[in-house]
Design a protein around this ligand. Structure first.
Ligand code: AVJ
Length: 331
């Protein structure tokens, strides 16, 4: 992790804690040389990928975002009462910050810290937000929080406020169960160790009908396909490499036994890709695994939170039990 660079001239505090180009290049190369090849899903989110993801959230086939928003619209009073006002809101994967900003009126936070892997996108988003909430303490942290949650104390202000960690949208689904428990346990420890305490508000996509799940990850407009394929543009830039997007196609399916959607990129023909000083040959039909998106039942997820030392929990589910919000606190 790099040293935080805090630029006092910006209208909000900002630190870039990403490892830098060397780490990304080495990680991408190792993944692409592995068999089967893989690219971690965090590489989806360059400026274009973040916009494609925002478009996915508007697709008729992708109900997650709307279900979550409806829960806040219909049960927001209860949720806010349980979570408490006057918190420092820490947003894990803020994207364009609109989701958290939509909660400001409900939750009345006294500070907002936005974390995201996409630094430029986050800066821009916080710039817009600054206009809308001129008096709220705002901070941005560009970070790959899948590697750790060590956040610079000088950005977590007001320091004495109880913390509300916000992890919406079922992004937890990108973690396999063991890694999910480890990540949640880190948040639980951060909650328990802060003098004023803390809680986690987390959105979870629930196990449902296979056809509905598969449509959500293979929409008719091809936006998810574009989102998936764009990771090759990202790899070309960061490695550098010379993938031709036209050689690849989007594949997504639900594995009910594993409880997860898998996304892959499949070679339409035999191709050779240059990864800097090395070449990687892909056979026709060979795949690069780009994402897992785990789905949970409410009981499974409650047990997962419990195993991460979040002993106190509340759950809100939407009417068709497609999506759940959990509020969790250490015991
Ligand atoms: C951001 C991880 C929640 O898994 O639904 C959307 C990403 N991938 N469509 C998800 C995604 C394809 C999304 N998460």
């Amino acid at each position: 992790m790099g040293t935080p660079r805090i630029d006092a001239s910006e209208p909000f505090r900002f630190a870039d804690l990403r490892g830098g180009g060397i780490d990304a290049s080495a990680e991408l190369r190792a993944g692409l040389l592995a068999r089967p090849a893989r690219i971690p899903p965090k590489y989806f989110y360059d400026a274009l990928g973040s916009r494609l993801f925002a478009a996915i959230c508007c697709l008729p086939e992708y109900p997650l975002t709307r279900s979550e928003a409806r829960l806040f619209a219909e049960r927001g009073g209860e949720i806010a009462a349980a979570a408490g006002s006057g918190r420092l809101l820490i947003d894990l994967g803020a994207g364009d910050c609109t989701k958290a900003a939509g909660l400001f009126a409900l939750m009345a936070p006294i500070g907002y810290v936005a974390l995201d892997i996409s630094a430029d996108f986050l800066r821009e988003a916080l710039g817009c937000l600054r206009q809308r909430v001129p008096d709220l303490p705002l901070a941005g942290i560009a970070i790959d929080f899948t590697r750790g949650l060590d956040l610079p104390a000088e950005l977590l202000e007001p320091a004495g406020a109880p913390r509300l960690w916000f992890y919406p949208g079922s992004s937890i689904g990108n973690f396999a169960p063991d890694a999910a428990r480890d990540f949640l346990a880190r948040i639980a420890r951060a909650c328990a160790s802060h003098p004023a305490g803390g809680a986690l508000l987390i959105g979870v996509d629930l196990v449902k009908d296979k056809a509905a799940l598969e449509a959500a990850y293979d929409d008719a407009l091809g936006v998810t396909a574009a989102f998936n394929l764009n990771v090759l543009n990202v790899a070309n830039r960061l490695l550098p490499a010379d993938f031709d997007v036209a050689d690849w196609r989007h594949v997504a399916f639900y594995d009910a036994a594993a409880g997860r959607i898998e996304m892959h990129l499949e070679a339409c023909r035999a191709v050779v890709v240059n990864l800097g000083d090395q070449a990687r040959r892909f056979a026709a039909g060979e795949r690069i695994h780009t994402e897992d998106s785990y789905k949970w039942t409410p009981d499974e997820f409650a047990a997962l939170l419990e195993s991460a030392e979040f002993a106190r929990q509340r759950i809100w589910q939407d009417a068709d039990a497609g999506f759940a919000l959990f509020l969790a606190e250490p015991g």
